[in-house]
Design a protein around this ligand. Structure first.
Ligand code: ADP
Length: 885
């Protein structure tokens, strides 16, 4: 064998050794190993790694590229699997030999895989190849087994982790369960100590509460101790001979009154004759009492039955109820250790650490029996405990702590006892949501002298009660079935009629996390159990006062706001609008109920359409906190789409709780704004007329300026002798291109009756601008898109402009380049055509109005000292901006 071949084989073996640790599953070990082996096609161009399942070799897929030899490979593989040795088979047809070796994992007898290789030459006599093959199969076997160990290890740590999590959750729950009775010892104790002069009957009530809760704590601790001893395997059955029928009958008799008081029918089906068994009395009793008390707890109405049956060395105790039932998916979980189910909403009590049924299952197993469950939601539950008549003694552990009927009944009585509420109308109303009846009772009793109390047992009921009649404050437990305390706060904050209601959360979890979450969701305060009553009372009172303050502030603010005639709006420091008044609604159409409004507000103008106006108002608002004020006129948009100019005055104010708000008043300044911009436009147009020294410039100023000013299509007429010339925004036009009524009005020579202003203003379609006395042919007509009223101020402006236009025309014609007025006019017509064209191009390409386009042309003409018509020609030729053309 050549050295290079040896090196190749050693390289393959080295790579195979990595396969086990790289693969994440057993099949992947096989795949990866086959891929590594295929690299050695000098020795063996064909590679199969065939799985063994139930002692049989996997078939070779016919889709295999090596399919031609697969039947033979399978046969050799089967032979190797049978003999558990290396088998060689001669073939021809391009392949010299098929070698099969079983892959056996360390410590195993049988093969997990069979490795089959097809060689290109006769290698059977090559001892090196034989070794290579054996070592390869050994490495793959080790890889497989390592992979399996790893997977097992992973699984074990996974289930340990799960158990660990379940345990932590269980402990958290348990501490919650413990805190309620502790709070009910601690609170009353503080009370008694703080009120040495209280009447004895009051003190006695407190002491009884303390006694009951200490007893309950004691029972809980016993149950937990039993459970942990059970877990540690330290409990063994203490077997005695007993009459099971008599035992169950006595338990049933003790329980019957509880069922009766709860209006649940209780059927006991136990024969008259004794049933002698050898078992552990305390254990059987514990099992039955657990099942009975669960049946009562989860059956609000209907029937519960207890039945004892004997069968062939076994007995069966069946506890059936018609209560809420348990979904099939939870059947295993109710018996599992440390498993919690969501607390059922319809139960007589929400207490319980969830170890009762786990205990039942383990105790039954201890006596050699099993527990069965048949149940479906709404259809009730049937628990069947099946145990041998002769239990087998086992272990020398301890007995469980007997927990008599009384202990169970004491707990049941606590669920039953109604809370007495002394109605004290006229006091502030306090809604208490608390699922633990003891805690509810304590709170109601302790706070009853200060508040008119309403008591509910869960979040949904609390929400309904608050909506039905708004209390002054809510005191809620955090952990409740259905809607918990934190969800309740969120619901209250989301309800406009309740959102400023003070809510105090009461929780067993003192951990910071819950506190933070409660406050984050809008609770006003958070009290951890156990709490001192004095502290709770103080917090309740201060929250109610604060909230009254708040609503008084709010009431005042509303009243003042509405009394103000100007539009007014208040936002918090983030810009969220908290108030706006009716005047604002009149001005912009939006009401507070249409909100919530945050920046950008819907009344700001569209940034695409009005980028500058939008930027201006946005900047004012973004800087208001630093600048301390907003002052200026901004463009706004009414809800119906129309634009409104508003003059703003705003400032940052701080209320007495230190909250910052931005208060703005708005005055509708649309008319002023229009008047101002009209005045500016009039001034500009007259200045244009006065400064024009070319006729073309004058014509264009008239056409575009008047168009902008009066918002209509403009036709300007100039006359010289008989020749009259007409211009519109497109350039010079013939009389036939001018609408008839416009032409008629121009020809009439004087402001027609149409433009005279009747009292109150009649809408007109056109406005004539003609110089006083109708002298000369220079005049202009504005045709409105829609008839409109022309106000007296507009009429004055029109007359004034008509006058200055006529004067300017005379002046320019007289001073023109040609001595002949007519020649001047003709030249002007020609340039105006060019200007009209250039304006058209600018309007189209640069998205300007014709007025803006002409202004740009004129500005460029002045700045660059180029005659208008030459510039216009350049714009027409190049399409460029006039500043660059
Ligand atoms: P818990 O202290 O919560 O009552 P258990 O171990 O006794 O603990 O019961 C576990 C869960 O099984 C209960 O929380 C309840 O959801 C369900 N459960 C037990 N008994 C019944 C029953 N008779 N009907 C309906 N649900 C039941």
């Amino acid at each position: 064998m050549s050295g290079s071949r040896l090196a190749l084989r050693l390289g393959i073996l080295a790579r195979l050794a990595d396969v086990g640790s790289l693969a994440t599953s057993a099949p992947q070990v096989g795949e990866r190993a086959a891929a590594v082996l295929r690299r050695n096609d000098a020795d063996h161009p064909l590679v199969w790694l065939l799985e063994v399942a139930d002692g049989r070799l996997q078939q070779v897929s016919t889709a295999d590229p090596q399919a031609r030899h697969s039947a033979a490979a399978h046969a050799v593989g089967v032979a190797a699997l049978g003999s558990l040795t290396h088998v060689v088979h001669r073939v021809d047809d391009g392949i010299a030999e098929l070698h099969a070796v079983p892959v056996i994992e360390p410590g195993q007898e049988a093969a997990s895989l069979v490795l089959v290789l097809g060689t290109s030459q006769i290698l059977a006599g090559d001892a090196g190849f034989e070794d290579y093959l054996q070592v390869a199969s050994g490495i793959i076997g080790a890889g497989l087994s390592g992979q399996r160990d790893l997977a097992k290890e992973r699984q074990r740590s996974e289930s340990l982790r799960e158990l660990d999590q379940a345990k932590s959750a269980f402990l958290a729950d348990l501490s919650h369960e413990l805190r309620t009775p502790i709070a009910l010892v601690f609170g009353p104790l503080q009370d008694v100590l703080a009120n040495p002069d209280a009447e004895y009957s009051v003190t006695r009530g407190r002491l009884l509460m303390i006694r009951d809760n200490v007893a309950r704590l004691n029972r809980m601790v016993d149950a937990m101790l039993d459970f942990s001893r059970m877990e540690a395997g330290r409990i063994s059955p203490q077997l005695v001979g007993l009459d099971l029928a008599a035992l169950l009958r006595s338990l049933a008799a003790a329980f019957a009154p509880a069922f009766e008081r709860s209006d649940v029918r209780f059927d006991v089906v136990i024969g008259e004759e004794p049933m002698d068994v050898v078992s552990d009395r305390d254990i059987v009793e514990r099992i039955v009492l657990n099942l009975l008390s669960n049946a009562l707890k989860y059956t609000l109405a209907g029937r519960v039955s207890l039945e004892l049956r004997a069968a062939d060395g076994w007995f069966e105790i069946e506890v059936a109820d018609t209560g809420i039932g348990i979904p099939v998916k939870d059947h295993e979980r109710v018996f599992a250790r440390f498993e919690r189910l969501p607390r059922p909403e319809q139960s007589r009590s929400t207490e319980g650490a969830g170890i009762g049924l786990a205990m039942v299952a383990e105790l039954t197993a201890l006596l050699g029996g099993t527990v069965g469950l048949r149940s479906a939601p709404g259809r009730g539950s049937t628990f069947t405990v099946r145990m041998p008549v002769l239990a087998v003694a086992g272990g020398d552990g301890e007995a469980i702590t007997p927990r008599g009927v009384d202990a169970f009944l004491a707990d049941i009585r606590r669920w039953e006892r109604p809370v007495e509420l002394h109605r004290l109308p006229g006091r502030p109303r306090l809604l208490i949501a608390e699922d633990s009846p003891d805690m509810a009772r304590y709170l109601a009793e302790s706070l009853g002298s200060d508040y008119e109390i309403e008591l509910v047992a869960d979040g949904l009921a609390a929400l309904a009660a608050a909506r039905a009649r708004r209390p002054d404050a809510v005191l809620s437990d955090v952990m409740m079935p259905g809607l918990d305390g934190i969800a309740l706060v969120s619901e209250i904050r989301a309800d406009p009629s309740l959102r400023d209601l003070p809510v105090l959360l009461l929780s067993a979890r003192a951990g910071g996390e819950d506190t933070a979450s409660g406050l984050e969701h809008g609770a006003d305060d958070y009290v951890a159990k156990p709490f001192s009553l004095t502290d709770l009372k103080a917090r309740l009172a201060s929250n109610i006062v604060r909230s009254a303050d708040r609503s008084m502030d709010a009431g005042w603010r509303r009243a003042v706001l509405e009394a103000i005639a100007e539009a007014m709006i208040i936002a918090d420091e983030t810009g969220a609008v908290t108030e706006l008044n009716e005047a604002f609604t009149r001005m912009l159409g939006w009401r507070l109920e249409d909100g919530p409004f945050t920046m950008p507000y819907p009344w700001w103008p569209d940034p695409q359409q009005y980028p500058e106006e939008r930027a201006a108002i946005e900047e004012a608002h973004t800087n208001v906190l630093e600048a301390g004020q907003i002052a200026g006129e901004y463009l706004l948009q009414h809800r119906d789409g129309r634009f409104v100019w508003a003059s703003y005055l705003g400032g940052v104010v701080e209320d007495r709780h230190g909250r910052v708000a931005v208060l703005k008043t708005l005055r509708d300044s649309t008319r002023e704004h229009q008047a101002r911009s009209r005045r500016r436009a009039v001034a500009r147009v007259s200045a244009d007329f006065a400064s024009a020294d070319q006729l073309d410039q004058l014509v264009a100023s008239a056409v575009y300026g008047l168009r902008h000013l009066f918002e209509g299509e403009v036709v300007v007429q100039f006359g010289s002798g008989d020749a009259v010339h007409l211009f519109d925004a497109t350039g010079p036009v013939g009389p036939d291109q001018v609408p008839g009524p416009v032409l008629a009005l121009l020809n009439a020579g004087e402001p027609s009756g149409e433009a005279e202003i009747p009292e109150g203003g009649r809408p007109v379609e056109r406005l004539l601008l003609a110089p006083q006395g109708g002298a000369g042919a220079t005049r202009a007509c504005v045709a409105f898109a829609r008839p409109r009223v022309v106000g007296p101020d507009e009429q004055i402006v029109a007359d004034m402009l008509a006058q200055s236009l006529a004067l300017a025309v005379d002046r320019v014609l007289a001073a023109g380049e040609f001595a002949d007025r007519q020649a001047n006019l003709e030249r002007a017509m020609e340039s105006h055509r060019l200007i009209g064209q250039a304006v058209g191009i600018l309007v189209e390409r640069h998205r300007l109005t014709s007025d803006q386009a002409f202004a740009a042309l004129r500005r460029a003409s002045q700045d660059r000292n180029i005659r208008l018509r030459i510039l216009a020609q350049r714009v027409i030729d190049t399409g460029l901006d006039p500043a660059e053309a």
